[in-house]
Write a protein that binds this ligand. Structure first.
Ligand code: NAG
Ligand code: NAG
Length: 297
């Protein structure tokens, strides 16, 4: 259960607005800006962010000025993890309204209130991963009014991470595909044990034992690996992380550096008796990560 159920698009009051000659906001007249007119193309299956969004054709160039499908895929890929976190049921619609705008004779921006609803639910989760809400999704850039993309699935259902206190890095699914995807999106991954768990202001701090093994060094140098003695669960003071119950075992820790600290972005028990974990380890050896710059960016 990775993607919210089929999302229905509501184009509020589209018809009257189409009759208007000019509209200051909400529309983006793609034609003249690009030197080539926008095309309506199929959403390819490997544009995973949007393949399941609920419609099948999209405009290219899109609203983020990506001109080729390759560029769209490359940029969209890093957002898939945010959708998987299910911080808000409309995250996918919001992102896809920009990455893969629905085919109309002009592209329509998402509604500001939709953007705000998603932002308010997802900011804590993005913060947990050390990312600010990006300028690309600055809600004040989107129209308040009549012509905009919206859905009717705007209430965050109870039980999603935005509402309950499960630490976002701990909600990973225990299956090989999502662990590998997450691994690719992490800057580093290590195998180690936890010595102690402490609270630190609003965060939880995991103090690691000295012995560590790099699973993925990423941008870190080998010497820097030694310096990772603490991993922070940002804003995690009171949240639940089921992986940390009986914390005596070895773990696969995934993380990134942010604000001069090492943030925990994913955690799995290093459990070879778990078939999915074993499968993950096996596939990891030859796994080629797609070339994302980083998660959520
Ligand atoms: C968002 O965009 C508005 C208008 O373009 C700008 O005034 C504002 O500073 C931006 N907000 C952030 C947080 O960057
Ligand atoms: C959302 O829209 C769908 C179909 O248009 C409808 O079946 C559903 O009841 C609506 N949900 C709400 C909460 O309005």
């Amino acid at each position: 259960m990775q993607v919210p159920c089929p999302l229905r698009l509501v184009l509020a009051m589209l018809v009257p607005a189409l009759a208007m000659p000019d509209y200051d906001y909400g529309w983006k007249d793609l034609g003249p800006t690009y030197g080539r007119s926008p095309q309506c193309v199929d959403i390819p299956e490997d544009l995973r962010l949007c393949y399941t969004v609920g419609y099948h054709r999209m405009l290219l160039p899109n609203l983020l000025d990506h001109e080729t499908m390759a560029e769209v895929k490359q940029q969209a890929g890093s957002w898939v993890p945010l959708v998987h976190k299910q911080c808000h049921p409309s995250t996918q619609v919001l992102l896809c309204s920009l990455f893969a705008p629905v085919c109309l004779d002009r592209a329509v921006y998402p509604c500001r209130w939709l953007c705000q609803a998603v932002r308010d639910s997802c900011v804590p989760i993005m913060e947990a991963f050390g990312f600010p809400w990006p300028e690309m999704l600055n809600c004040s850039r989107f129209p308040e009014g009549d012509v905009c993309i919206s859905t009717n699935a705007t209430d965050t259902p109870p039980g999603t991470p935005g509402h309950v206190s499960i630490c976002p890095p701990c909600v990973d699914e225990e299956n090989a595909d999502s662990i590998l995807e997450h691994l690719c999106a992490s800057e580093f991954a290590i195998k180690s044990k936890i010595k102690k768990i402490k609270k630190d202001k609003n965060d939880k701090k995991l103090i690691l034992q000295r012995r560590k093994k790099a699973v993925k060094l990423g941008t870190l140098k080998k010497e820097e690996l030694k310096k990772i003695t603490e991993l922070y669960l940002k804003n995690g003071e009171n949240c639940d992380c089921k992986q940390l119950e009986n914390s005596g075992s070895q773990y696969l820790f995934m993380g990134r550096t942010a604000g001069g600290r090492y943030l925990l972005t994913g955690i799995h028990k290093w459990d070879k008796s778990n078939p999915e974990f074993k499968e993950t380890m096996k596939r990891m050896k030859n796994f080629k990560c797609p070339q994302y710059e980083s998660v959520f960016k």
